[in-house]
Design a protein around this ligand. Structure first.
Ligand code: HEM
Length: 513
């Protein structure tokens, strides 16, 4: 009578299968739900080119990414999505898109990318790669500290003019022979920023380490600029043997910077006088002490730590040297290529300040040189120092010009195109300072010239950079005519690819006026 009963083994098999079927159904359902959620979430992303697996669109890019982005923008519009490696990036390729994101919805776009590379270079400290509350606190401190740059004994203007006077002597020592301006200029620029942060100069005796660091930062930008960009979107590249080697060199540079700034902080602590801050480090130490006295561990007290200061100094140094130096060199290259423009600048300076040695020291920020300022505005435009700014990250889901961009999307602003879009600039390739002057010859600060980016997370050092670049340039042109190397009469207009648009090396001649 038991012959019709299923066997025990069959029953076990049936139950196992039933169990599996249920699990498979649950997994399938979950996959479908995730797929639908994913599709829903990303369905309204801006359109963009399709790439290949793993590398995304990288194989189709020029070494100057701003050119490729501009090409794609013509097909997909002013906002488009592109996969660089597996990183989803939304590119903003018009002034309107950048303004809408970075100003009108500024707070939502103040995030920075966090990944292996940003940890490797900054370890969650400094200013470049932090965000959220820590960034708000540190940015506020930085703004106050740099605005106070004029109260550390000397005004900022005096500091720059002093450095410029020293630089002029270095240039005179070249005896009107061709030389590369890069090293003396970047040392002077580094001295200005280090003067307000740690009060040290790289050309002082005993400061060879600082001088070596200056060179390492420049070399690093030029040699590894493109590798930094790759690591930012494809962190796994670090496992490729060639990258491993480069990263070893990079980490030695980072260590050198950390050592230099750690020593400077130690020295400051020994001679610290809370009532008389000498520089940014002293102000930071005051904050450290103030917050320690509250005996409460808050985000505020946590934010003012020595390691944070070390990286803050490193970021200010990196941000403020290569960018300003490159801008001055580009201006000189353009003036060599356009002697008629240089002649106009000389005439304007002479009319205001007098020529060469006789009336040295009279230059100040109040000096009225609209044409010279227009030359600088035109340099900022035509040779955008950081063509793609520094990538941002959306801090929440965002609606931007009809598209939905999810939280944590990397955002790149193509500042270079804003400055070179022929719809807004007549013959954008032509160096024409007059664009920035009205009919009476007064300077007009056009809102489409945005080399320092815009919105709440724009360049922290914009004011200082503008002052420094202007005073250095006028100091040079007051004393010298800038001429090409007779053996190679055309300065190159090529640049090193990477985060900063740095001009290729070239020997110039400075002839005393
Ligand atoms: C020609 C000179 C310079 C140019 C063109 C320039 C441009 C920029 C740009 C485009 C950004 C990215 C802003 C963004 O995310 O939208 C930036 C960030 C920054 N710059 Fe500059 N910069 C220059 C000089 C300086 C100088 C002299 C300093 C320091 C005194 C400085 C300090 C910084 C810092 C600290 C940041 C990061 C700000 C943050 O993340 O909150 N920059 N700069």
């Amino acid at each position: 009578c038991y012959s019709g009963q299923p066997k025990l083994a069959d029953m076990a098999l049936f139950e196992i299968c039933q169990g599996y079927t249920t699990s498979i159904l649950v997994v399938l359902l979950a996959v479908m739900m995730i797929y639908r959620w994913h599709k829903q979430k990303y369905k309204n992303l801006p359109p963009g080119p399709t790439g290949v697996p793993i590398l995304g669109c990288l194989p189709f890019m020029d070494t100057l990414a701003e050119l490729t982005f501009t090409k794609w923008s013509k097909k997909y519009g002013p906002i488009f999505t592109v996969y660089l490696g597996q990183t989803r990036v939304v590119v903003l390729n018009s002034f309107e898109a950048i303004e809408e994101a970075l100003i009108n919805q500024g707070d939502k776009f103040t995030g920075r990318v966090h990944n292996f590379f940003t940890n490797f270079s900054n370890n969650g400290h400094g200013l470049f790669f932090i965000d959220g509350e820590k960034w708000t606190i540190q940015r506020k401190f930085g703004t106050r500290a740099l605005a106070g740059a004029g109260v550390y004994g000397k005004t900022y203007e005096q500091r720059v003019l002093e450095e410029a006077a020293h630089l002029i002597e270095v240039f005179r020592s070249k005896d009107e022979k061709p030389f590369s301006i890069e090293v003396p200029l970047i040392s002077a620029v580094a001295n200005v920023i280090n003067g307000i942060t740690i009060q040290e100069k790289c050309n002082e005796e005993g400061n060879e380490r600082l001088q070596a660091y200056v060179m390492e930062v420049i070399e690093g930008f030029r040699r590894d600029g493109i590798l930094y960009s790759l690591l930012l979107v494809m962190p796994w590249c670090r496992f490729i043997p060639f990258m491993k080697k480069r990263m070893k060199v990079m980490s030695e540079g980072i260590r050198l910077g950390n050592d230099i700034f750690a020593t400077a902080i130690e020295q400051h602590e020994k001679h610290h006088d809370a009532a008389h801050p000498r520089d940014l480090v002293d102000l930071f130490i005051n904050e450290m002490h103030r917050n320690r006295r509250t005996f409460e561990v808050t985000i505020l007290s946590n934010s003012f730590q020595k390691t944070q200061l070390q990286y803050f100094l490193k970021d200010l140094f990196a941000a403020g040297t290569e960018t300003s130096t490159s801008t001055i060199i580009w201006a000189l290259y353009y003036l060599i290529r356009h002697p008629e423009i240089q002649d106009k600048v000389h005439r304007e300076i002479d009319a205001e300040l007098g020529k060469a040695r006789s009336r040295e020291g009279k230059l100040s920020l109040k000096t009225n040189l609209p044409y010279t300022k227009a030359v600088l505005q035109e340099t900022y435009r035509i040779r955008t120092a950081t063509p793609l700014a520094i990538p941002r990250r959306t801090r929440e889901d965002v609606n931007l010009m009809g598209y939905s961009i999810p939280k944590d999307t990397q955002i790149i602003s193509n500042l270079w195109w804003v400055h070179n879009d022929p719809e807004h600039w007549d013959e954008p390739d032509v160096f024409r300072p007059e664009r920035h002057l009205d009919t009476n010859g007064n300077l007009v600060m056009l809102n489409r010239v945005i080399p320092f980016s815009i919105g709440p997370r724009n360049c922290l050092g914009e004011n200082l950079a503008r002052i420094e670049i202007y005073l250095f340039l006028v100091s040079i042109l007051q004393k010298f005519v800038v001429l090409p190397n007779p053996d190679d009469p055309n300065p190159p207009m090529t640049c090193n690819p990477g985060a900063v648009n740095a001009p290729s090396s070239y020997n110039i001649v400075l002839k005393e006026r």
